[in-house]
Design a protein around this ligand. Structure first.
Ligand code: ATP
Ligand code: MG
Ligand code: MG
Length: 574
């Protein structure tokens, strides 16, 4: 592999390594983590975060933890834990190292988190606030307007501790009390809103997918996250820019708990990078859920979804997504990445890998009138034009074939080199049937409605591809085809972008009007006969069409269903 290209995060890590900042007995000097909340499916934005965090660990001989940030029992489920594990693995990353399994759950820290909360109360840093949720909200003030201290802010540690223990014991209803931190005397006037006495524990009488009914108070993200990082000896806690304002509390909390003897220095440090915004998709979990629940897509793994499971089913490779994340790099300023960048990485990855095959997506019958009925001649073509060592594929040419409807035109425009019939004294066009023979169009059939139902041609027996004679024919048209008698009939799903607008939910506007009504077209195609052996997840380049994958869900032995992964060229760019 190439040396990692520089970015500001790698710069920080390299500086810290050089300074020996995180040298600790028995621990690597770089430990990162990816901390998803198990409340939905991962999407391409998460893939960015996964590649950044696991990538830093890989590049600097460290390790990366997969940690479930499962502190909100209402929204979290085992189903999401399972799919997240699956998606991170599929992307090519691993949290097992030298026999150690670095998979963690914030819920495993509930006891320790609770003990630290009691410590903060005892030390005078936290108090139980008994204001109503509305009062708490109103008294926070706004950006530019200082908040108002809670009337409960000066409660004695003893009183707060007793209340907190009763909260834990289940004596109160949701929202009756909350535990807050006071970082400083004047915190409620801080210009940083998240410093205004952040809540660290709340009452939630809810069943947790791992701890069951053991707890009815749950720690908040801002409290759990820094502590989890410190407990796991994380060195570089990398997150997205929206957490920048949370950093002062992150640092304060860990420094305060270190003073209390809970942690040793050096403490983890948070670094922020710009989240990935990708055109033509949405990455809000809530909106993705809406697509699924409203039946706009077939599920979280619908090949049109920007979820990892959707991209996977669509035919994306882990390597193409890693390449994409590496290529776009990390930045400190928000911006948009064009979908064509992701598609370009996909083509780049698939081009050398994907075996070639022939598929006729919109079939039109072609009859070679001078080809003997019942006869069949074997044609061959390389599995991959750049890698002869991968061998040849074979398929028969016969009197009746399928070609694409748009490879014939009754009245050809200028510069059209595919089939058109004789016009006046001029003969019909000459076209090579790829890997087969040169043919000349002699006529066509139409039904009562005026639809073309068949194209008639004659072939030149001495023009077979790969033979001496083939060189004497100079033809501009060169089209693909399959033999009608042996073709495999298959369902092919032609996917396109899910939205017609690059930023469908820009500014929080209504995004559903921008759903692309043509994001899925299903056709019955004819494929070269060998394709019946295609395995689920196997990818091909269908010549002249693009990349396709045998659908991992709906394909059955001998009867693959194909998804178009992407076209050969960037059709949107034109
Ligand atoms: P929620 O709204 O439920 O919090 P989330 O998108 O923040 O959703 P998490 O499960 O909390 O999801 O995310 C895990 C990690 O992925 C976080 O560190 C988060 O910063 C990162 N992440 C989420 N979306 C993106 C994105 N678009 N680009 C880069 N990183 C992202
Ligand atoms: Mg989150
Ligand atoms: Mg979010």
């Amino acid at each position: 592999a190439n040396a990692p290209s520089p970015n500001f995060l790698r710069g920080i890590v390299e500086k810290d390594l050089a300074a020996g900042k995180h040298v600790r007995e028995g621990l690597p000097p770089v430990i990162t983590r990816f901390p998803p909340e198990p409340n939905g499916y991962l999407h391409i934005g998460h893939a960015k975060s996964i590649c950044v965090n696991f990538g830093l660990a890989r590049d600097y001989n460290g390790r990366c933890h997969l940690r479930f940030d499962d502190t909100n029992p209402a929204k979290e489920e085992q189903e999401y834990v399972d799919t997240i594990i699956d998606s991170v693995k599929w992307l090519g990353f691993d949290w097992e190292q030298q026999g150690e399994n670095h998979l963690y759950y914030a819920s495993d820290y509930f006891e320790r988190l609770y003990a630290m909360a009691e410590y903060l109360i005892t030390a005078g840093y936290a108090y139980v606030d008994s204001q109503s949720p509305d009062d708490i909200k109103n008294n926070r003030g706004n950006f530019g307007t200082p908040g108002t201290n809670s009337p409960f802010r000066d409660r004695t540690p003893e009183e707060s501790l007793a209340l907190f223990r009763d909260m834990k014991a289940g004596k109160y209803k949701d929202g009756e009390h909350i535990l807050r931190v006071k970082m400083a005397a004047d915190s409620m006037a801080s210009p940083i809103m998240t410093n205004r006495d952040p809540a660290i524990y709340r009452i939630r009488h809810a069943h947790h997918h791992r701890t069951g009914d053991a707890w009815c108070i749950y720690p908040m993200y801002d409290f759990t996250h820094p502590i989890s990082d410190a407990l796991e000896n994380i060195t570089h806690s990398v997150c997205t820019l929206e957490f920048q304002d949370h950093r002062p509390f992150y640092d304060w909390l860990l420094a305060t708990l270190a003073e209390g003897g809970f942690f040793k220095k050096p403490l983890p440090h948070q670094y922020e990078f710009a989240r990935l915004n990708l055109t033509y998709v949405i990455t809000s979990k809530r909106k993705l859920r809406e697509l699924v629940e409203d039946g706009i897509v077939s599920g979280w793994d619908d090949p049109r979804m920007p979820t990892i499971v959707g991209l996977r089913r669509r035919g994306y490779t882990p390597e193409s997504i890693q390449l994409f994340c590496e290529r776009i790099g990390v930045s400190k300023a928000d911006g948009w990445i064009d979908m064509s960048t992701l598609e370009g990485c996909l083509r780049e990855d698939l081009d050398p890998k994907a075996p070639r095959a022939t598929a006729v997506l919109r079939p039109l019958k072609l009859i070679i009138d001078n080809f003997p009925e019942g006869e069949s001649v074997e044609c061959t073509s390389p599995v991959h034009p750049h890698f002869p060592e991968r061998g040849l594929r074979t398929f028969p040419i016969t009197r009746e074939l399928w070609i694409e409807q748009d490879d014939f035109m009754e009245v050809p425009p200028k510069g059209y080199f595919r089939y058109f019939p004789p016009i006046g004294d001029a003969p019909g066009s000459r076209v090579r049937l790829r890997h087969g023979y040169v043919t000349e169009c002699t006529g066509f059939d139409k039904d009562a409605d005026g639809n073309v139902t068949a194209v008639h041609v004659k072939y030149f027996e001495d023009s077979k591809s790969g033979t001496e004679g083939s060189n004497t024919y100079k033809v501009k048209g060169n089209i693909h085809w399959v033999s009608a008698g042996t073709a495999l009939e298959a369902e092919v799903r032609l996917y396109d972008r899910l939205f017609t607008e690059p930023q469908p939910d820009a500014g929080g506007r209504e995004w559903k009007p921008f759903l692309n009504p043509n994001a899925l077209e299903v056709v019955t195609a004819y494929l070269e006969p060998g394709m019946s052996a295609a395995e689920p997840d196997q990818r091909f380049q269908f010549e002249r069409h693009g990349y396709f994958v045998a659908d991992r869900v709906d394909s059955t032995p001998g009867k693959p269903v194909f998804n178009r992964v992407t076209t050969l060229k960037d059709s949107f760019a034109k």
